[in-house]
Structure formats: structure tokens, C-alpha cells
Design a protein around this ligand. Structure first.
Ligand SMILES: Cc1ncc(COP(=O)(O)O)c(C=O)c1O
Length: 411
């Protein structure tokens, strides 16, 4: 039971009232506490639930050899770098991971961050920095213009908060290159960065990468892609969206998160060498905060090498995603049109979405509901990232339960 804030200085902030009303409406809830690892089945307070909420889609984080790599690296390099990158340095696994990222992406230099979100924050900070050492040669890019796809992730909007909407922060309609052209015409000749994602993490749409990069080249703008979602899932010439990923090689800077395909926590930026070296300091989120833990950096590199050696893992996974999409369509669900691995099942009403989370949990399923503020109001979806470790039985049970709840709420 929380202490009431009534009468305290904090009472003016309204937290108590907001929490009370949002808990009552099922909008705010205590996140589940898992007894054991986040896996295809989780134990929440002694109850086994089939779990669709994890984002480590391929389950590498549960593989014995990945765990063994982590443990050996923890013994060798310890659990921490011991300070920030510029003061304490980084360990060999960070450097190894950064070289590997350059090999994978064809870029000159990489910089890892404790998370993908921090990589986004760091990029925007560095690109708009005004700094010089004791009055020497410096950079002053504080007048840069940031042009952002409207469906960009929260971390990009948050990173761009210091920009002035309409003056040095402009937006273009989601994936709309005609609109982007009009926006770029307005800022021609200025220092411009165009930011977008390849696979959008909320609705699975895929950007017209080549067309956007053509425009960036035409208008001499720097391009920045947050590929938190598609990194290492796509990009193989045999797979869907091969052209988009071929085009992506032309991007100036690329950001990746390791949370999804690799299943471990951390993020990185890759790009031209001099800029990346400047970012090590100017990003702020590299010099003033912690790095990825050394054993995690080692395990990320280990997983990446396994993925490069054995592409069938992801190919099989993508085939299962297609199967899941067919099943969802069969039971009459409206799902996102782009067949990426992000599956969005349309719910609509935020109220129904909140109730669905409860109903699914009662029936033994932990299901990720995306609603306001992650989505526009009353555009709620079940945002499903299929877990490669889910069995056919888990999936059949989920589809059956979904069909039942769909009939009940009529979405
Ligand atoms: C598009 C996008 N960008 C950035 C992030 C943040 O990445 P991380 O979870 O590594 O901080 C996410 C996380 O889901 C994302 O989907």
C-alpha cells in the first residue's frame, strides 16, 4: 500500500490521483515479475504463462553456448568496464564487436552504447553539438535541421526534444517521399539530417529506403537510419526486403539495437571514421555513462558470428512468421499489410486493449498490447514478435484464444 502524498510537497504533482485512476481503468498495471528467465513460457507468481512479450525473438539468450561465452567473458573481463569509455576505456570484447559491426555493415567505424535508445540520443547530441577544447578548433552544428519520419520511435522524438518544431525539427508523412521532397526543398542549403527506420517497430511497415536515400543525396543531406528492428533479420539477398537492405549500404549513419535479433541488451552506431571518433566524446552518452557490460559485448559478438555462419535459423523463423500471419488472417483478424516479422493485430479501442491484456492473462497468455502513448489514441494493437522458441501448441492455443476474444469484443 503506497503512502498518500496528500499534504506533502509532492502532492502538487498529481501522481497519487493519476495512479489511482489509471490503475482502476486497467491502463496502468504492475509489470509482471518473472520467476526465472524470460522465455517462451514464463512463471509469474507461480503461474505458468505462454509468453509473447519477449523481444529476443530467436532465443539466443537461452542457448547454452551463448551463456557459456558470457560466463567465460565475465571471468576474463569482469562485469564492468569500471567507468566511462573515455576515462576507464573499453574491454577487448567491445573493440571486437565494433570491428565485427563494421564488417557486417561495410562502415568504417562503430561505437557501442549501453542501449539502442542511448545510441539514438547520442547521435542527435553529437550531430547538433557546439564544442571546442579551450577555444581551439571546434564544431558548431547547433543550427542543424532534423527531418524525421512521423512514425519514428519514441527515442528519436525524445532525442529531438531540444529542437524547435517547424524551425529546426521538420517531419514528413510516414514513408511519403513526395512529402519528404517538399520538406527538403524548404531547408535546401542548410545542414540537414534525415532520420527514419527500415522496419517500423510498431506496425511493421518498411521504408522506401532507396528513394529516401536518393533524396538525401539530391539535397546533400546526411541520412540516419534507426534499424533497431531489422538488424540481422533482413539483409540477406535470399530474403524479403533484400533491395531495401542493399540500398541501406548507402546510408551515412546506421543505428542498431541488439535487443531483438541478438536477444541481448545494447546498441551501436556505425558510420564514417572521423565522425564516429568525434561521437565518442560529443555524443555524451558514451563519455558520461556506462558502456555495455563486457560479457554482454562478448556474447553479442558471439551470437552475430553464429548468425552469419548459420542463416537457416532466421530463414526458418521468417517462414514461421508467414505461417502465423496466414493463421491470423484465417480467423478474420486485421493485420498489418507489410509481411515483415513485426505482426500487428488491430484492436482499435484502448479500453478493449486494456481489458484484453487481463483476459489473455486469465487464459494463460502474456500478450504485448501496444496502445496510447505507444500508439495514437484508440489505435491499439497486439504487437507480436514471434518467439522462435514458442511451440506449435503455444501458437495454436494463442490463435484459438484470440478468436474467442475477438468474438467477445468484436474487433
Ligand atoms: C525503432 C527502435 N528504436 C530504438 C529502440 C530502443 O532500443 P533499445 O531497446 O536497445 O534501447 C527500439 C526498441 O524497441 C526500437 O524499436
Amino acid at each position: 500500500m503506497a503512502l498518500s502524498l496528500t499534504g506533502s510537497a509532492l502532492a502538487k504533482w498529481g501522481f497519487s490521483e493519476w495512479v489511482e485512476s489509471s490503475v482502476q481503468s486497467n491502463e496502468l498495471y504492475d509489470p509482471p515479475v518473472l520467476n526465472g528467465a524470460n522465455d517462451a513460457i514464463v512463471d509469474v507468481e507461480g503461474r505458468e504463462l505462454v509468453n509473447f512479450s519477449g523481444i529476443g525473438i530467436l532465443g539466443w539468450q537461452r542457448e547454452p553456448d551463448v551463456l557459456a561465452n558470457f560466463t567465460a567473458a565475465a571471468a576474463e573481463y569482469g562485469l564492468v568496464t569500471g567507468g566511462s569509455r573515455m576515462t576507464a576505456g573499453v574491454s577487448h570484447p567491445h573493440r571486437d564487436l565494433e570491428s565485427l559491426l563494421c564488417e557486417i555493415t561495410g562502415k568504417e567505424r562503430a561505437l557501442t552504447f549501453a542501449s539502442g535508445l542511448l545510441a539514438n540520443f547520442g547521435f542527435v547530441n553529437a550531430m547538433s553539438a557546439r564544442f571546442s577544447f579551450a577555444g581551439g578548433v571546434g564544431v558548431d552544428n547547433s543550427d542543424m535541421v532534423f527531418v524525421l519520419d512521423r512514425s519514428s520511435h519514441w527515442s528519436m522524438w525524445k532525442a529531438a526534444e531540444k529542437f524547435n518544431l517547424g524551425r529546426n525539427l521538420l517531419t514528413f508523412r510516414h514513408n511519403d517521399t513526395d512529402h519528404l521532397r517538399k520538406v527538403l526543398e524548404k531547408v535546401r542549403g542548410r545542414r540537414v539530417v534525415v532520420g527514419f527506420e527500415v522496419v517500423y517497430s510498431d506496425d511493421g511497415t518498411v521504408a522506401p529506403v532507396g528513394e529516401i536515400l536518393d533524396l538525401c543525396e539530391e539535397f546533400n543531406a546526411v541520412s540516419y537510419v534507426d534499424d533497431a528492428t531489422g538488424f540481422m533479420v533482413y539483409g540477406n539477398s535470399q530474403r524479403r526486403f533484400a533491395q531495401e537492405y542493399e540500398d541501406l549500404r548507402r546510408v551515412t549513419f546506421l543505428m542498431m539495437s541488439f535487443a531483438k535479433s541478438v536477444g541481448l541488451e545494447g546498441g551501436a552506431l556505425v558510420g564514417p571514421a572521423d565522425a564516429m571518433q568525434a561521437f565518442e566524446m560529443l555524443s555524451g552518452y558514451s563519455i558520461f555513462t556506462a558502456a555495455i557490460q563486457p560479457p554482454t559485448a562478448s556474447a553479442i559478438a558471439y551470437v552475430l558470428r553464429r548468425m552469419l555462419q548459420n542463416p537457416t535459423v532466421i530463414n526458418d523463423y521468417l517462414d514461421r512468421v508467414d505461417w502465423l500471419r496466414t493463421q491470423l488472417t484465417r480467423i478474420g483478424c486485421t493485420i498489418n499489410a507489410t509481411p515483415s516479422y513485426v505482426t500487428s493485430i488491430v484492436i482499435g479501442s484502448d479500453e478493449v486493449a486494456a481489458q484484453l491484456r487481463v483476459d489473455f492473462a486469465e487464459r494463460g497468455y502474456l500478450v504485448p498490447i501496444f496502445r496510447y502513448p505507444a500508439m495514437k489514441k484508440n489505435h491499439a494493437v497486439i504487437r507480436l514478435l514471434l518467439n522462435a522458441r514458442s511451440s506449435r501448441e503455444h501458437l495454436d492455443g494463442f490463435i484459438e484464444t484470440l478468436a474467442e476474444l475477438k468474438r467477445k469484443y468484436g474487433f
